[in-house]
Design a protein. Structure first.
Length: 377
């Protein structure tokens, strides 16, 4: 495969894949606005987005992805984002990683002339900023084809840093010298994404590191928690409300909130004087959150209440088990408890988070749990 030389953007780093493809990032000969306006800007979106009048979309949650099809020898990816990292995949293989690309069109060139699939996925978290995707542009002589259809299976993953893939591609716990958490995180390689791909499912990763159901990590930012942000498409816009597309109704929602509630001891001055008070508030809020999910998605959706093992307490495992038992007493038989742990977990990701090796293990455990549910999908 040959590649067409281009000038690299100073703000971007491009990693070439072993297949020999090289993606370059250039100052856009085709502007993001023009690309989005063009009839060729057709793509399938997976994740929460805010659509603009020009056809582009804005977004904040990790793991948001865009899929397209084209005929030709190359494709351009139109982005406007100085905060996030992206993987570009062609025909199922990752051909490049775009690091904080800015306002650019990134090109994949030198493909065999024919029909190809392209996918762009947001690797990183950006609760403080929104990215913008303007669509795909065909290389000279090519054409963007109608977008791929949505997959029949759909899963939503709700959680914190574990769900977001915080620091998962690092191989050392102190990743400050290897690019920091941002460079070492990939939501598309977190356990939820791995499971979804094995099931050929569309998925949302609605995860926010450091946030809990009622209490954030070490009691930080009191007065807010994960529920403050869950209903938003754009996390940095107070009062924003995501409008659920008609076609999004997941058969499974996996909720993993509680690590931040219980992994650190209570500090003086927090709202809860004792762990028992915190547990009571947590369980009450969790039931309310599950009620919200039921109202949104209906009684047919399976709700999986997830709990990881914490080294210092069993409060999370015990509370989530009680929650699921209570849902059953209330007549909701489509709520299950998934407690996960494994002696092979090494927690070599940034700041003692699960590594890529760990996410593969956790994904396998989730596969087993889902296989035991009567999903019939």
């Amino acid at each position: 495969m040959k590649t067409t030389p281009r000038h690299l953007s100073r703000r971007s780093m491009v990693a070439a894949a072993a297949a020999g493809l090289v993606t370059t990032v250039v100052s856009p000969a085709v502007s993001p606005a023009r690309a989005a306006d063009a009839p060729a800007a057709r793509f399938h979106t997976v994740g929460r987005v805010r659509r603009a009048a020009d056809g582009s979309v804005r977004y904040s949650w990790p793991g948001v992805s865009f899929e397209g099809r084209f005929h030709g020898t190359g494709v351009g990816v139109v982005l406007d984002d100085a905060d996030n990292d992206y993987d570009v995949q062609v025909d199922g293989a990752t051909v490049a990683t775009l690091v904080t690309p800015g306002r650019t069109v990134s090109w994949v060139d030198g493909l065999a002339d024919g029909i190809h699939r392209v996918r762009v996925v947001k690797r990183t978290e950006s609760p403080w900023a929104a990215g913008r995707f303007g669509g795909f542009v065909a290389a000279r002589g090519g054409v963007i084809l109608p977008s791929p259809r949505a997959r029949r299976r759909q899963i939503e993953f709700i959680g914190d840093s574990y769900t977001a893939g915080y620091g998962n591609v690092s191989e050392i716990r102190d990743c400050s010298g290897t690019g920091g958490v941002h460079r070492n995180s990939n939501a598309d390689l977190a356990f939820g994404a791995l499971t979804a791909r094995r099931l050929d499912a569309d998925f949302q990763t609605n995860a926010f590191s450091g946030r809990g159901m009622v209490r954030n990590y070490n009691g930080g930012e009191p007065g807010t928690d994960f529920r403050t942000y869950y209903d938003r498409a754009l996390l940095n816009v107070e009062g924003d409300v995501w409008r659920r597309p008609r076609g999004w109704c997941p058969q499974v929602v996996v909720v993993g909130l509680g690590i931040n509630d219980f992994s650190t001891p209570l500090n003086p001055g927090e709202r809860w004087s004792t762990t028992a008070e915190l547990v009571a508030a947590y369980e009450s809020a969790y039931h309310g959150f599950l009620d919200e999910l039921r109202a949104r998605y209906g009684r047919g959706t399976f709700l999986v209440v997830a709990a990881a093992r914490l080294w210092n307490t069993t409060a999370l495992a015990d509370a989530t088990a009680r929650i699921v038992e209570e849902r059953g007493r209330r007549g909701d038989g489509r709520v299950s408890h998934w407690y996960y742990d494994d002696p092979g977990l090494d927690f070599l990701g940034c700041d003692w988070h699960p590594s890529l090796h760990d996410h593969r293990i956790i994904s396998g455990l989730l596969d087993t749990h889902l296989a035991g549910l009567p999903l019939h999908w």
